[in-house]
Write a protein that binds this ligand. Structure first.
Ligand SMILES: O=c1ccn([C@@H]2O[C@H](COP(=O)(O)O)[C@@H](O)[C@H]2O)c(=O)[nH]1
Length: 273
């Protein structure tokens, strides 16, 4: 999917919501455990109930890898279900990969070709030659970790390197990578006060913003400081939506939570026009 198509979907649905599909078998409704593939059964119902309220889904691969081959098969079924039934949805594999060049190419093939995700999250730590193999894929997006939502972000990301915070170095140097037009960045909702300065470095790039909901980030603050002229935001909520209810009506409860966020987003989008 191109960035223009993503922006068009945002305006059509009046939403820049990304729903995180972080499936934990200990948290899903008990009746689903009788299904042949409980993870996929859960995802399918969540997706069917919420797809009109969001523009993206983000399975975090850890939640699938944790269940071995069955988990990976559930991930494959989930992405196939999305691509077949809701091709207008932007898909994110939250896998946080990145390695030496030939290995990065294999990761890119796995997520962009085999699984056919639109994007994948990448750790920038190994530098240019670990990121550019992902950028070589046409109309696929590489989402670099810049300033993450967790407390440990302050261990390295805000430390000065050559007189500048490391996360700013990541933003500035990556802008010059080959294929940088398909770069997006992760910035945590819990770091909203950094967004004005981030926007000075990357005024129009899309930001994937996790940390609203369970981690306490505030949607209004993220929009105030992080929205660009083309919206430039995908705000993620995982647990806050998918575990809103634990009974037979869990998908309706998820849709109610998603609607609350979508309605706030609609108000923010109206301010832009
Ligand atoms: O800085 C980051 C990068 C990634 N994440 C991931 O996003 C979701 C957040 O889930 P919630 O349940 O809405 O808190 C999860 O998959 C994280 O691994 C992040 O939180 N922060």
């Amino acid at each position: 999917m191109t960035t223009e198509q993503l922006v068009a979907q945002i305006h059509k649905k009046k939403s820049f919501l990304c729903i995180g599909l972080d499936v934990d078998l200990a948290k899903i409704p008990e009746h689903l455990l009788q299904e042949e593939d409980p993870i996929f059964a859960f995802n399918k119902q969540i997706i069917d109930a919420t797809h009109h309220l969001c523009v993206a889904y983000k399975p975090n691969t850890a939640f699938y890898e944790a269940y071995g081959i069955k988990g990976w098969m559930a991930l494959e079924k989930t992405i196939k279900y999305l691509n077949t039934n809701y091709p207008e949805i932007f898909t994110i594999a939250d896998a946080k990969r990145g390695d030496i060049g030939n290995t990065s190419t294999m990761y890119a093939k796995a997520f962009f070709e085999d699984l056919a995700f639109d994007s994948v999250t990448i750790a920038p730590y190994m530098g240019k030659d670990s990121v550019e193999p992902f950028l070589a894929f046409k109309n696929k997006h590489t989402i670099l970790l810049a300033l993450t939502s967790n407390a440990g972000a302050f261990d390295y990301q805000t430390k000065l390197v050559d007189g500048k915070e490391l996360y700013k170095q990541v933003l500035e140097t990556s802008k010059a990578y080959k294929g940088a037009e398909n770069l997006m960045y992760v910035v945590g909702a819990t770091k909203a006060e950094y967004l004005s300065e981030i926007r000075q470095i990357i005024p129009e790039s899309f930001l994937l913003v996790p940390g609203v909901g369970a981690q306490g980030g505030n949607l209004a603050d993220v929009c105030k400081f992080g929205m660009s002229s083309n919206v430039g935001l995908l705000i993620n909520s995982s647990r806050g939506i998918i575990y809103a209810g634990a009974d037979l009506n869990f998908a309706d409860s998820a849709a109610e939570k998603a609607l609350e966020l979508q309605q706030q987003m609609q108000i923010e989008l109206e301010k832009l026009s």
